[in-house]
Design a protein around this ligand. Structure first.
Ligand SMILES: C[S@@+](CC[C@H](N)C(=O)[O-])C[C@H]1O[C@@H](n2cnc3c(N)ncnc32)[C@H](O)[C@@H]1O
Length: 269
């Protein structure tokens, strides 16, 4: 694709959530430079852990990227040599962005597909080795159905990155989405506790580790403070025990944390 055409097609979108860099010095605009740090930090936090678990590459693996947005993590998977990636998102404009990114990067079209659809209604008939469930569990109201889907496609490994409720025990907190662009249908969501993620994954046969945070710069990463957000790797085998786990919050710390969250929610209204 010519540089001029690529610039025009990038500029046709009102907003990009990720920085993508292309040949010829072209990149997607990021009005908030903190977001570049956010995705770099997320990459070194959970994507690097996934690669370590998989022996350094995704070669031989088929990856399903649920809520793929502009295809940032799908691209990571392809660049980590995944055999095939299916990216699914409910929003047409995000899928158009993802398709543009992959076209402009010259990714072999036999190695990926993007589809528009609500994952709770969209049929997925193929099987996958790895499911990426990033920024998704805390923006939906159907956590059990989401796990049914992920286990149903045959995933051996699931990577979950999610906002958390900090109430002790396995629990889902009823909440409202603060970012309406993420709402598909209803803006009511069920936010899991750390124990709820581990227990629910266990019901579907997965061993799970809440990954130890290794954030080096918290710019645009505030939601990862105080265990308000963590990433998890769930695996059908025992291999996740080799990954470093985030220590659990001290008992009763959740009360102070819940009060801070309530204040934040009140301020945002
Ligand atoms: C917070 S963004 C996360 C994007 C990306 N996975 C990441 O972690 O950087 C959530 C994405 O999930 C998509 N999404 C939310 N509910 C969905 C649903 N029911 N079906 C398909 N996509 C959905 C949204 O459109 C949005 O792109």
């Amino acid at each position: 694709m010519e540089t001029g055409e690529l610039k025009e097609r990038i500029a046709a979108f009102p907003r990009w959530h990720y920085r993508f860099e292309f040949d010829g010095g072209v990149s997607t605009p990021m009005p908030d430079p903190g977001m570049v740090n956010r995705h770099e930090q997320r990459r070194r936090y959970f994507f690097a852990a996934l690669l370590r678990l998989m022996g350094g590459s995704l070669q031989g693996r088929r990856v399903l990227d649920l809520g793929c947005n502009a295809g940032f993590w799908s691209l990571e998977a392809v660049e980590a040599q995944a055999d095939f990636v299916l990216g699914l998102d409910a929003r047409q404009d995000y899928i158009e962005q993802a398709s543009l990114v992959f076209e402009a990067k010259g990714i072999d079209p036999r190695g990926y597909r993007f589809e528009v659809g609500d994952l709770f209604e969209h049929p997925i008939e193929e099987s996958f080795d790895i499911v990426l469930c990033l920024g998704l569990l805390n923006v939906v109201a159907k956590p059990v159905e989401l796990f049914e889907l992920m286990a149903g496609v045959g995933a051996e490994t699931i990577v979950i990155d999610t906002g958390l409720s900090r109430v002790p025990s396995a629990f889902f907190e009823l909440s409202r989405l603060l970012e309406p662009r993420n709402a598909v249908g209803s803006d009511i969501v069920l936010i899991p506790t750390r124990d709820a993620v581990v227990e629910l994954a266990g019901r579907f046969g997965y061993n799970t580790v809440a990954l130890a945070l290794n954030i080096t710069d918290y710019t645009s990463m505030d939601d990862y403070r105080d265990d308000r957000r963590l990433a998890f790797i769930c695996s059908k085998g025992g291999s996740v025990s080799t990954l470093a786990a985030e220590p659990p919050m001290p008992p009763n710390a959740w009360l102070a944390a819940a009060a801070r969250t309530a204040r934040r929610v009140r301020r945002s209204r």
